[in-house]
Design a protein around this ligand. Sequence first.
Ligand SMILES: Nc1nc2c(ncn2[C@@H]2O[C@H](COP(=O)(O)OP(=O)(O)O)[C@@H](O)[C@H]2O)c(=O)[nH]1
Ligand SMILES: [Mg+2]
Length: 324
Amino acid sequence: MSFFKKIFSSDKKETLDKGLEKSKTSFLGKLGKAVAGKSKVDDDVLDNLEEVLVSSDVGVNTTLKVIERIEQRVAQDKYLGTDELNGILREEIAALLSETNSGEETEYTIPDLPKQENGKKTPYVLMVVGVNGVGKTTTIGKLAYQFKKQGLKVVLGAADTFRAAAIDQLQVWADRVDVTMVRQDMGSDPASVAFDALESGVNQDADVIIIDTAGRLHNKINLMNELTKVKRVMQKVVGDAPHDVLLVLDGSTGQNAFEQAKQFTAATEVTSLAVTKLDGTAKGGVVIGISDQFQIPVKYIGVGEGIEDLQVFNKYEFVDSFFK
Ligand SMILES: Nc1nc2c(ncn2[C@@H]2O[C@H](COP(=O)(O)OP(=O)(O)O)[C@@H](O)[C@H]2O)c(=O)[nH]1
Ligand SMILES: [Mg+2]
């Protein structure tokens, strides 16, 4: 129980509870069927539980680890009641996730960076990657809002130049949050936009620069080349940029999100993950698998389309909302 500290505001917890409602209802329904007519946890129940976890998008590897932990509990207590199963799952999954470095944060923070050689402030450069439609632009808008609220100066770079709509959509967020956005015409070189955004950000003494990108996965080599070029060009302005490469994954695609994570991490160095659209999907279990399976921390979760609907991922709060 000590895992579940009360660290979040009740508002935030309520949004999370509401966002995970479908996943939870679906999961508890399946769990109920898995233990129907059984009073204690036996091999049959464990087999069914395995199916429930896999079909809840937790992923095979993570499921096997969870089952192993529960088997150990059964070995210690042969009369473990099925009525206790939900609580035990909650404890064991939280314990499992506590072994990963994911989900320790509770606030939106950026590190203090030492000044540049020329005495100028070093902006924190965040590059956002992911395939089309996963929620990159929306996540950038929500993040810009959070950083701005902390009094930080934010500049956005519209380096998804592939579609005109993508640039305009980021502009809508920039206007809504009231931050500067650097843009060029559709079809221009993404690296050139990123360069301009960093130069403009440095000149404005920006604290945070967030670069939107186009996530064309049609070809891994192309993607790799493009992202490498964007990075290289940014480093001409800020030597150690980007400080974070955030891969956005659409949680409602379940196992597809795992696949995208594999492909992107193979194409570029991803340093953090955001899993979006957890509201309105029954596939929320995917976050449990992703934070267990990837060495890259899940930093944010999207729980709605609104400006406030991006949360700092905290595994204990998540597991609490999922199994409660
Ligand atoms: N329900 C829900 N919708 C989201 C969330 N994040 C993004 N979206 C929606 O997903 C769609 C695609 O998002 P967008 O930011 O344009 O994706 P991009 O192509 O990766 O930039 C938009 O309609 C967003 O409103 C979320 O957390 N929850
Ligand atoms: Mg976009």
